[in-house]
Design a protein around this ligand. Structure first.
Ligand SMILES: Nc1nc2c(ncn2[C@@H]2O[C@H](COP(=O)(O)OP(=O)(O)OP(=O)(O)O)[C@@H](O)[C@H]2O)c(=O)[nH]1
Ligand SMILES: [Mg+2]
Length: 288
């Protein structure tokens, strides 16, 4: 059962007594919006129901949606055709960075045909990571700029930006490594890569996405804290949305860090990648 179905079933089952609101808080926490916010939302709903004389579960559910709506942020990804656009795909290991690079490349080509797209193999940690991106590039017919395993990711990015400029391409999508020995190493590496791109990418539209796995729940908050703290993230790509019935994490990161969501990964195929839509998301979360 999807999360919205659970919320719907929940409201259907109950008349609006106090215990109902407590149970609703539990359900929202389970949905990953964060405990303190869940209580805040339930308090607001309770008050609104009293003040506005809301007695039917259906009306309460609509109210809940209204209370959540201002806390959902969306980032629209636009390719500026007049200059080079650079996207850095960041995140811890296994969240779906490499797949999302390929999906974003595919999506960009479909919405803006003729945009020259280039993939950059910035995960130089493992040889397999470079090969994985190359395979995507072959399948999609998109050029991949890569160096050997162990090379400096900043240098790969530098090369990719040069190649894009030389080829008059408009979009560079860069994969990055998710694993580092320590948090300090990771932060140092992120800052360095960001610095190189900012120097090299003067006049470019530069976007940093943090990829979060929808199934990791509150762990994602820690990841957002570290990455956003290191390089100032522009938006979230939430992957594996198809594998969870929740997804309240989008609201939690928006509340906590002000971060908007740009895309949802909804499966393993290239096409399973959709721009984030607030109303559609809210409907998934609490019902239409
Ligand atoms: N169901 C589903 N699976 C996904 C989605 N996005 C990625 N995956 C799968 O998640 C797994 C990991 O994806 P990768 O793209 O390799 O993740 P990564 O962050 O690059 O991983 P590392 O390079 O090892 O850090 C793969 O099996 C993907 O097919 C999604 O939206 N839905
Ligand atoms: Mg990868």
């Amino acid at each position: 059962m999807g999360f919205a179905d659970r919320i719907k079933a929940f409201f259907r089952r109950n008349t609006l007594g106090d215990e109902v609101f407590e149970d609703l808080a539990d359900l929202l926490i389970e949905g990953d919006i964060g405990a303190s916010f869940a209580f805040e939302v339930v308090d607001a709903l309770k008050q609104a129901c009293r003040k506005e004389g809301i007695t039917t579960p259906e009306a309460a559910r609509a109210k809940l949606k209204g209370i959540l709506r201002p806390h959902v942020r969306r980032a629209e990804f636009r390719i500026d055709p007049s200059r080079l656009n650079i996207v850095l795909m960041l995140g811890v290991n296994g969240v779906g960075k490499t797949t999302s690079c390929a999906k974003l490349a595919n999506w960009s080509r479909s919405v803006a045909p003729g945009t020259g797209v280039l993939l950059a193999a910035g995960d130089t940690f493992r040889a397999a990571a470079i090969d994985q991106l190359k395979i995507h590039g072959q399948r999609l017919g998109i050029r991949v700029v890569a160096q050997q395993q162990g090379s400096d990711p900043g240098a790969v990015l530098y090369d990719a930006i040069e190649a894009a400029r030389a080829g008059n391409m408009r979009l560079v999508i860069a994969d990055t490594a998710g694993r580092m020995h320590t948090r300090a190493d990771l932060v140092k590496e992120l800052e360095k890569m960001d610095r190189i791109i900012r120097q090299r990418a003067e006049g470019c539209a530069y976007t940093k996405y943090l990829v979060l796995d929808a199934t990791t729940g509150q762990n994602a908050m820690r990841q957002a804290e570290i990455f956003h703290g290191a390089v100032s993230i522009d938006g979230i790509v939430m992957t594996k949305y198809d594998s969870t019935s929740k997804g309240g994490m989008v609201i939690a990161v928006s509340r906590q860090f002000g971060l908007p969501t740009a895309f949802l990964g909804t499966g393993e195929k290239y096409e399973n990648f959709i721009p984030f839509d607030t109303e559609r998301y809210l409907t998934d979360f609490v019902g239409e």
